[in-house]
Each structure stands twice: as C-alpha cells, then as structure tokens.
Design a protein around this ligand. Sequence first.
Ligand SMILES: Nc1nc2c(c(=O)[nH]1)N[C@H]1C(S)=C(S)[C@@H](COP(=O)(O)OP(=O)(O)OC[C@H]3O[C@@H](n4cnc5c(N)ncnc54)[C@H](O)[C@@H]3O)O[C@H]1N2
Ligand code: MOO
Length: 396
Amino acid sequence: MTRSPLLPLSEALQRLLALGHSTDRVELPLREAAGRWAASDIGALRTQPDADLSAMDGYAIRFADMPGPWRVVGESAAGHRHDRPVNAGEAVRIFTGAALPAGTDTVLVQEEARREGEMLYLDGEGPAHLARNVRRRGLDFAQGDILVAAGERLTPARLALAAVGGHGAVPVRRRVRVAIAATGDELVTAGQPIAPGQLPESNGVMLTALIGDLPCHTIDLGILPDDRARLEEAFSGVDADILVTTGGASVGDHDLVRPALEACGGTIDFWRIALRPGKPMMAGRMRDTVLLGLPGNPVSAFVTATLFLRPLIAAMSGARGVMHRTITAPLGEDLPANGERTDYMRAARIDGGVFAAAIQDSSMLRALARADCLIVREPHDPARKKGDSLEILPIA
Ligand SMILES: Nc1nc2c(c(=O)[nH]1)N[C@H]1C(S)=C(S)[C@@H](COP(=O)(O)OP(=O)(O)OC[C@H]3O[C@@H](n4cnc5c(N)ncnc54)[C@H](O)[C@@H]3O)O[C@H]1N2
Ligand code: MOO
C-alpha cells in the first residue's frame, strides 16, 4: 500500500472547512440567540442616547448661569421629560437617565446643591465645565452604525447592544445538525451489562458534551457494528450537516468506515494527518453532509474533535474566526524533542508550571480527564527545558 505524506494540520483544517457550507439564515428573538453568530451586519436602527441625558441626580442648569442662584421650574425624570424651555436663571430638578430640558446644558449634582423652597443655591464647587454630568446624544452610537458585524459571536453584551439598537430579533444561522456514530463490535452502551472483551462506549458521550455549548443538534446514531452492510445502511439514511464517526478509521481489517462511506456515495477528501494523537482522521463529503471520521482511541477522538469538529460547527454557524486559541505558559519540567507530527500532549498547570502526563497513550481517559490543557508541540520541536515558554491549549 503506497503512503501519501501526512497532511499538515493547518492545511487539513482549511480543507475541512472548505467542505462545509453555512446553514440557512434565520431570525431569532434576542433571548434565543445567545452564543450564535451574526449572519449579517446588525446596524443601529436608532441613536443612543437619543437626546442629551443627565448622568447624575441633581439639577439641569445653564453653565453660563454659574454660580447661581436658580429658580427651580420643574422636573425631568427618565421617561417623563420636562418639555417647556428653560430660561436664564432657571433650573430643573433632574434624575439619572432623564433628558436635559431645552435651554439647559449642564448638571449640578445634588450633593453640591442646597434647596430652599423653589430656590436653588450652589453648595460646593459645582460643575467644572460646560456639559458636565451630561451624556451627549449619540454618545454610545448613532443610527446606521454597525453594532455587530457579520460573523461576530452574539455575546450577552452584543445582544443587549442589538436590543438598544432597536432590534427584537437578530439574523443567525440555523443549528448545525451533527450525527454521531460510534463504531466497533466491542462497544456496549454505557451503563449496560458488559461481558469480558467488551468496552463501554464513551466517545459518543464525550463528543456530545464537547460540542454542547455550540449551536447544534446532535443526532445519536448509537453504536454501529464492524459490518459493511450495517454501516452502509446507517450512513445512507443520515440526514445531517455533519456525520461524525469514531473508530474504524485506521488500517486494520475491521476498519470499514471509509469503504462504507464510499459505497454510500461519499468521497474522501483527505485521510491521515500530521497529528498525534489523531493521525488516522478522515474528512470528506456525502451529498450535502460533511464527513468527519475520527479515530476510535478516546484521546484521539477528543483532540481531533477539539481541533476540527468544533471549528467546523462554528464555521457552518457563520463564525468568522474559528481557530482555537492557544496561550503560552512556562514548562514545569524538561521535555524531549518532538517527532514528525504536531503533538497535543495531555498536561496540567500546577503552581504556575505545565506538567505533561507521564504516559501519553491515546487510550487513557483518566490522563485526559486529569488534564486541564494540551501542550502544543510543532513537528520536530527541539527538546525543551523547565521554564521554557510553550504554547498550550486550555481544555478545562
Ligand atoms: N498498523 C497500524 N495500526 C494503527 C495505526 C496505524 O497507523 N497503523 N494507527 C493507530 C492510531 S494512531 C490510532 S488513533 C488507532 C485508531 O484506529 P481506529 O480509528 O480504527 O479505531 P479503532 O481501532 O476502532 O479503536 C481504537 C481503540 O479505541 C476504542 N474505541 C473505539 N471506539 C470507541 C468508543 N466509541 N468508545 C470508547 N472506546 C472506543 C477501541 O475499542 C480501541 O481500543 O489505530 C492505531 N492502529
Ligand atoms: O494518532 Mo493515534 O490517535 O496516536 O493514537
């Protein structure tokens, strides 16, 4: 069997993303849109604030009248403006968020004012300049401004911004449908009675949780046996944007996922990438469905889903930047040189230093569960010393 060179990670991600398409555009009420990505620019339908407002409780005055005294001629509260013009020597009692009456330009805070009946006297230094304690019309944004750009995530603050901008609903992409199938004759549904030689299924459980914060629906295809006909039957009935399989991706006699996908009309775009763990990952397309075949080893499935499945779901949901974010941290111990694949080593941050798990075997879930980050080692990264700054990907 001839071997093609392993595909570098960045190229693999680019090719995977190119296999996907954005899901359809839908409008969602603001309260249902958290965590989605804006499907188009969201512009301001109004100016905020729409008038000069008081930033403090006190008195609206003309700065030119300083240092007073003033005659108080009315009151302006948020939602209840004083709508008669104010003349020289006059003031209006005003509260935070209320509109400045016409003729006034500055707010004297009540801590620096003394009231005697309808008369008002300065009792302190007073406003230092014109427009003190005033929020000018348009301070936050003006009608027509872009508030959230297409492809930006709808964070709580951006949803609030869209609300103040005049929107009750926002354009997003419909949820990505992700079908997840575990493959392997040895697998048994978690919690079910188990015989020697069998293994509780864990990848489906883990992947469902791993993408649980993304705007997707998971479709659980359960456990499929190592049987071409049964795999083909299951794959041909899939109605999803992404079909994720785990297991059966390698070169063994029971690795039947690829031929079964091909028999269902799927085409494989790439197989085997320069990644440890996760080398035998495959990607392709079957009609409108992106195929992502993850390796069966649980840690390999976790790493490939983190590096590929999550960005794919985000991209199909309309996200602009989908690369996971690494940070740097000092090593807590020496590390040997890396080999030819990019390595994501299970590690933990302890007392400010990063320590790799002693055994980096891709079957070991306990080591993964104890890790709070993955140390990223580029291909042929030289030996590193304790204290060296390395790139890490936080995972917890
Ligand atoms: N001769 C070679 N052998 C292997 C190679 C290779 O290049 N040449 N690659 C190795 C690497 S790297 C990996 S990773 C594995 C991946 O193989 P598969 O994707 O075919 O996975 P399986 O053989 O089906 O399973 C591997 C391992 O994981 C367990 N498993 C599978 N699915 C689940 C699940 N849903 N929940 C829990 N555990 C699961 C399975 O029982 C096996 O123990 O291949 C190497 N071999
Ligand atoms: O790449 Mo495999 O995923 O080393 O274990």
